[in-house]
Design a protein around this ligand. Structure first.
Ligand code: KIV
Ligand code: ZN
Length: 512
């Protein structure tokens, strides 16, 4: 058993399964590059067989990322596995992740297969995958609720067929730390060839215990891989959060005694990138990456921290990417200072042309806002704020009028495939009027299921970051927009969500 803990990030696959969190190819590529910068060991880039779009994402990430292993999920059948192998063809290090459900409930009700059929399919698919790629992970879906004897039989066989990692998912977040840790330990002790594979934990957060369960799987069970997502993104209550696992293992090295490859200084930038891309806002009291995670509000705490930081701080904020010097740039700052700040924030720009475009947006913002914070810069360079050639709608200008006792009106100009159009409407408030003005042209028929505004840097001088979630014909998408004027931010977020609704995704769900 090695004393290194492998960090397997599944933000781009399991995280993306969260309704509304779907990302474009460019967004995924950008996040994958950031995960590589964070030195994540394995990046699960997608589920190649689920759609052509997912195939292209996995392929693009496999071509662009050289340091991390790139993984593609596959159901236990030859077609899925072949698609994964094809998408991963150009990867420096490739892994195929094969899964099939093993709990009685899933086998009978979902797969409508007998245990013997599931056993045979698991065995054949791992044999097939192993002929294509050397690094094979096998997951018995709903493993934690599976019959232990049956699980032992399946896992022993897939290891014999060449699976190199065995992942034990708590698919529905039902586990309790001690029980889950012992479950992994029992499997490892009962399966004669268990030492031929790395054992991995994959916990969902339905009872708020995904991180605790994963740590118990490591400490009690002896697992040496944790599957997790940035900000704990994922279906329902989400997955185990990467930043919490990493900082728990680093901060309590005295207890876990494990090495990690992660460069934790990139945690905050990665968290923000994922939050801004998906529109899933990070709660202020979230461990490690929440706005209050290192803020000491009470007088006693502030006094203690000023005298000696370790009175109330168990981690150093700067070790996970928080900077003390939050006001960074203003309207007189030059391109070099801007470029350097981007580097310090861990934002890599693809080309000089991208930096120039981001700098132009920065100058425009600095004309309207006297102090530019790190958060503003990150919002500015987030994929959502960049106009993409292939996008149908983009914001041009907006005016609105609201006065006590009068119904607000808005007039908006936006472009549709490069052609400017103008819309006008009244509404219950200025935001409502602006979005209705857009709809006078678009007539999307989409239903708004979430609207939220967040002050990026905490004061009324801040930019407002708006998230809009739209639902149409069974698809749910999030759009994000940032601007010092929250009505404009709302219009941008709405147009961004409409663009995502246009990009057709016809995908197969990984579970269910
Ligand atoms: O939660 C789960 O069971 C999964 C598997 C596909 C690994 O995500
Ligand atoms: Zn999962």
């Amino acid at each position: 058993m090695t004393d290194k803990l492998i960090i397997f990030d599944t933000t781009l696959r399991d995280g993306e399964q969260s309704p509304g969190a779907s990302m474009t190819r460019d967004e995924k590529l950008r996040i994958a590059r950031q995960l590589e910068r964070l030195k994540v060991d394995v990046i699960e880039a997608g589920f190649a067989a689920s759609s052509n779009g997912d195939f292209e994402c996995v392929q693009a990430i496999a071509r662009a990322v050289r340091e991390s292993t790139i993984c593609s999920l596959s159901r236990a059948n030859d077609r899925d596995i072949s698609r994964s192998a094809e998408a991963l063809k150009d990867a420096e290090r490739a892994r195929i992740h094969v899964f099939i459900a093993t709990s009685a409930l899933h086998m009978e009700k979902k797969l409508r297969m007998t245990p013997d059929q599931v056993f045979e399919q698991a065995k054949q698919s791992v044999r097939f995958a192993r002929n294509l790629v050397g690094d094979i992970e096998f997951s018995p879906e709903d493993g934690y609720r599976s019959d232990e004897d049956f699980l032992c039989r399946v896992l022993e066989t897939v290891i014999a067929e060449g699976a190199t990692t065995i992942n034990v998912p708590d698919t529905v977040g039902y586990a309790i730390p001690e029980l889950y840790g012992n479950f992994i330990l029992n499997l490892r002790q009962r399966i004669p060839n268990s030492d031929k594979a790395v054992w991995s934990v994959h916990c969902h957060n339905d009872l708020g215990m995904a991180v605790a369960n994963s740590l118990a799987g490591v400490k009690i069970g002896g697992a040496r891989q944790v599957e997790c997502t940035i900000n704990g993104l994922g279906e329902r209550a989400g997955n185990c959060s990467l930043e919490e696992i990493v900082m728990a293992v680093k901060t309590r090295k005295d207890y876990f005694g494990l090495e990690l490859g992660i460069d934790a200084r990139h945690i905050l930038a990665t968290s923000r990138m994922v939050s801004q891309t998906t529109g899933f806002v990070v709660q202020p009291n979230k461990a490690v990456v929440g706005a209050n995670a290192f803020a000491h509000a009470s007088g006693i705490h502030q006094d203690g921290v000023l005298k000696a930081r370790d009175t109330y701080e168990i981690m150093r904020a700067e070790d996970v990417g928080w900077s003390h010097n939050k006001i960074v740039l203003g309207k007189l700052s030059g391109r070099n200072a801007f470029k350097q700040r981007l580097q310090e924030l861990g934002v890599a720009m693809e080309s000089e042309a991208d930096i120039n475009a981001a700098f132009a947006r920065f100058k425009e913002l600095a004309d309207r806002k006297s102090e530019i914070f790190d958060e503003d810069i990150l919002a500015l360079v987030s994929d959502e704020s960049v106009a993409h050639d292939n996008e149908q709608y983009s914001f041009v200008s907006l005016s609105q009028h609201s006065e006590t006792g009068e119904r607000p009106r808005a007039s908006i100009v936006f472009s549709v495939n490069g052609q400017e159009v103008h819309g006008e409407s009244d509404g219950n408030g200025p935001v409502d009027a602006s979005l209705k003005a857009i709809e006078t042209h678009v007539k999307s028929g989409a239903e708004m299921v979430l609207y939220s505004v967040n002050a990026i840097s905490g004061s009324t001088e801040s930019q407002g970051e708006v998230t809009v979630r739209l639902q149409n014909s069974g698809r749910v998408v999030n759009g994000v927009g940032a601007d010092p004027d929250i009505v404009v931010a709302s219009a941008k977020a709405y147009l961004s969500a409409l663009n995502k609704l246009q990009s057709k995704a016809d995908r197969v769900a990984a579970q269910g």
